[in-house]
Design a protein around this ligand. Structure first.
Ligand SMILES: C[S@@+](CC[C@H](N)C(=O)[O-])C[C@H]1O[C@@H](n2cnc3c(N)ncnc32)[C@H](O)[C@@H]1O
Length: 307
């Protein structure tokens, strides 16, 4: 119900026909501001389109507006100690194991990793906003089982998560190393050091502009692909996510579950963000319930003959 595709694509067609979409940027400094401004414009115009389409379209639009929030999750509250925020990331990790979400996410990512591996060199993966790295560990384990040579750099802005991740990587002897990194600032990264940039269950923690900045920087950095996985924007998950989160018995974590579900991006919003970031249409957005996958091709691969 909260995908609002008919009104959304009609709005986008209107904006495109007026030459407003995609807004063109010249330097990376413009990406964040232009994307945020365009998303605002898109949402404002969509309500007018929904009114024209009739009550069947206007009512979902109004519900979407009522649900949407700009609130931050407790997990991102810098006034709370990193150690406490780490507890909530651990709770998310348990929840992901419980719901078999890591298996699901690995299934979504393995095809692109296998394709990258056909280039005949180790595949370098950068995970952004990784928490303590549950997905990176799951990917490293799956890759080992399949005989794929992958190196993962997992990253987060909270030092406690980075330290915990490095400790687990050492204990489990997996090819994952952690570093502290702001997800939308690639300044400290070596150019060409990453084939695939991944962000999981975190896209809604960032503004549209920050997300576009990540994709644009991944491209400038020489990555071949960008993969974003997050919850599917829907009414059902606005109830379901906090309900499953409540099983962890932590009020702040349950509240984060609700906040997150209210902020999940719709497919069309991710489509818009990727289009502005790359100024082309080399991406797909798909629902793999209860997840959304955004897969952006940043560079065509040159594969050896016969692969
Ligand atoms: C919902 S958690 C997801 C963690 C992990 N990806 C997972 O699926 O378990 C969001 C993560 O984003 C991190 N985060 C928030 N703002 C960030 C930023 N600017 N740069 C890097 N990480 C950030 C938080 O510290 C937190 O670990």
């Amino acid at each position: 119900m909260l995908q609002l595709e008919t009104a959304g694509y009609k709005t986008l067609d209107n904006l495109r026909s007026r030459g407003e979409f995609p807004p063109k940027w010249q330097t990376i400094d413009e990406v964040e501001r232009l994307t945020n401004r365009f998303l605002e414009r898109f949402r404002t115009e969509r309500i007018e389109v929904s009114k024209d389409l009739g009550p069947g379209f206007l009512i979902p639009e109004l519900i979407d507006r009522a649900i949407r929030t700009e609130e931050s999750e407790n997990m991102d509250n810098e006034t709370i100690a990193g150690a406490e925020r780490l507890e909530w990331v651990r709770a998310l990790d348990r929840m992901n194991h419980l719901t078999l979400s890591y298996d699901h996410q690995c299934d979504l990512l393995m095809p692109v990793i296998e394709k990258l591996a056909r280039q005949g060199k180790p595949v370098s993966i950068l995970e952004l906003a990784s928490g303590s790295g549950g997905l990176s560990f799951a990917l490293a384990t799956k890759a080992q089982q399949r005989g794929l040579d992958i190196r993962i750099t997992a990253s987060d802005i909270v030092p406690e998560m980075v330290d915990e991740g490095n400790l687990i990587a050492e204990q489990r002897r997996l090819p994952v190393r952690f570093r502290q990194l702001n997800a939308f600032d690639f300044a400290g990264l070596e150019h060409g050091s990453t084939d695939l940039v991944v962000i999981s269950q975190s896209m809604h923690h960032f503004s549209p502009g920050q997300l576009a900045l990540m994709i644009a920087q991944a491209k400038m950095h020489g990555a071949s692909a960008f993969a974003g996985i997050d919850g599917y924007r829907s009414l059902l998950l606005c109830g379901g996510v906090p309900l499953v989160a409540a099983l962890q018995g932590m009020a702040a974590f349950t509240q984060d579950g609700l906040t997150s579900a209210r902020k999940f991006y719709s497919g069309i919003e991710l489509d818009i963000i990727a289009t502005i970031a790359t100024l082309r249409q080399q991406h797909r957005v798909e629902c793999s319930w209860p997840l959304t996958l955004l897969m952006v091709t940043l560079k065509e691969l040159v594969l050896p003959h016969g692969s």
